[in-house]
Design a protein around this ligand. Structure first.
Ligand SMILES: [Zn+2]
Length: 100
């Protein structure tokens, strides 16, 4: 592994970098915080889709076994919109991108 600060090759057992003496930051940490953003977006998207699937059908009455393309399209729009709201919500709550 390499130090993210000075790119010195470090021993995985080291807790600090031998080159610059900074604590070694594992790549796993930044990846998990990035996942947190997408998790918020994902949750909002799922909730939005579930809500739309429950209440949206009354606006798009099913015609037999045919898939209502308009309903599918709007479900996608609602899902994408909720994902954006979820990502925005994470930023407002002090997500990793908003920190510092
Ligand atoms: Zn270093």
């Amino acid at each position: 592994m390499r130090c993210l600060n000075c790119l010195t090759v470090c021993n995985a057992a080291d807790s600090t970098c031998p080159g610059c003496n900074k604590p070694l930051v594992l790549g796993r940490r930044s990846r998990s915080s990035g996942f947190r953003v997408s998790k918020y977006a994902l949750i909002c998207m799922v909730v939005g889709e579930a809500f739309f699937n429950t209440y949206g059908r009354r606006w798009f009455p099913s015609t037999g076994n045919d898939i209502n393309m308009e309903f599918v399209m709007w479900a996608g729009v609602v899902g994408a919109g909720c994902a954006v709201v979820g990502a925005f919500l994470d930023m407002m709550l002090g997500g990793p991108s908003g920190a510092k």
